[in-house]
Design a protein. Structure first.
Length: 75
């Protein structure tokens, strides 16, 4: 996201809409992936409730490195 648009809650609103859609469609959990080296985004995802670690994968794309997957229960 471009710097002028950061911190305005756009991604948070989008995630909430996607979670509500998933819940309405009958899903009970959602999963999100984050690059391990991107600690800023990881802390945001943890704040959003994605706190259950699922797995990690080494990305085929060298620039991405390791991907961490976290899940959240939709209540």
């Amino acid at each position: 996201m471009d710097k002028p648009h950061e911190g305005k809650g756009h991604m948070s609103k989008l995630i909430k809409v996607m979670e509500q859609w998933a819940k309405n469609a009958g899903y009970t959990t959602t999963t999100i992936a984050v690059e391990a080296k991107n600690t800023r985004n990881l802390s945001i995802y943890l704040h959003w409730g994605y706190t259950s670690f699922v797995k990690y994968e080494i990305s085929e794309h060298e620039e991405e490195g390791m991907l961490l997957f976290y899940t959240k229960e939709l209540l």
